[in-house]
Design a protein around this ligand. Structure first.
Ligand SMILES: C[S@@+](CC[C@H](N)C(=O)[O-])C[C@H]1O[C@@H](n2cnc3c(N)ncnc32)[C@H](O)[C@@H]1O
Length: 230
């Protein structure tokens, strides 16, 4: 088992590579998810096939530290995590008393062999649902369901996905809900950035996005806050 240790010492457990592989082998994953898993071995991201869900990305730690700072907010609340991968941020909200968590990822193999087992490795009382879908399918598939909190880490690297991400948040955020996106300021060589994402969201006129926390580093990072426009 791997353990992510946060700045304040809190630990979140998640499956290591061997445990993921055992799960895949035991439940015939290679056969059932051939296309997704063949891409997993060759690169971190293969656009819209395998998008890095079996790895823990840097900004997940920022988002978890941020959740720790605001941990009293989550008790009894509903949480959606978009592009969850390991889902450590939403697991942390469950540890802090979230009542209901919906974890979404592009890859069904990630949800089955990584996301859901990770929830089981940590002690919490949340009702958890995990489902694979593209962001463009979130409004239809969640069919009017709304959440108090929406979380997302390392998902704004591709500007081509901004419309789908925007629409997913707009369709699922409660009127008084809030979304937190953790991201690198710039994704060098890929195109996405915090300013480009915030501008895109703000120009649509439905949501308001702003930077709420700065993480200074050689590649600086941010937490973005998104709310419904009043
Ligand atoms: C770079 S990984 C980040 C994973 C995790 N949030 C983290 O920070 O460790 C991007 C995640 O977003 C998901 N994703 C990427 N593009 C997507 C899309 N178009 N629709 C739905 N999910 C997508 C991937 O499956 C992947 O888990």
């Amino acid at each position: 088992m791997n353990v992510l240790k946060l700045t304040n010492g809190r630990e979140i457990s998640y499956l290591n590579e061997v445990e993921i592989r055992i799960g895949i082998d035991e439940r015939n994953g290679e056969e059932r998810y051939k296309k997704e898993l063949e891409n997993m071995g060759t690169s971190d991201i293969t656009v819209h096939k395998y998008e890095g869900g079996f790895k823990i990305w840097e900004c997940t730690i920022d988002l978890c530290d941020f959740i720790e700072e605001k941990c009293s907010m989550f008790s009894g609340k509903s949480v959606l995590e978009l592009g969850c991968g390991a889902a450590l941020p939403s697991i942390l909200t469950a540890i802090h008393g979230a009542q209901e968590v919906f974890a979404q990822d592009f890859n069904a193999s990630v949800i089955e062999f990584f996301t859901l087992p990770n929830f089981e490795e940590n002690s919490h009382g949340a009702v958890v649902q995990g489902e694979a879908m593209g962001w463009e399918d979130v409004p239809n598939k969640l069919n009017g369901k709304t959440f108090d909190f929406i979380l997302s880490s390392e998902t704004i690297y591709n500007e081509d996905d901004y419309q789908a991400l925007h629409d997913a948040v707009a369709a699922t955020i409660k009127d008084d809900g809030v979304a937190y996106f953790a991201a690198k300021f710039f994704y060098f060589g890929v195109g996405g950035s915090v300013p480009a994402f915030c501008q895109f969201v703000n120009e649509r006129g439905i949501l308001v996005a702003s930077e709420t926390k700065v993480i200074e580093a050689s590649v600086p990072r941010r937490i973005i806050e998104i709310k419904k426009k009043p």
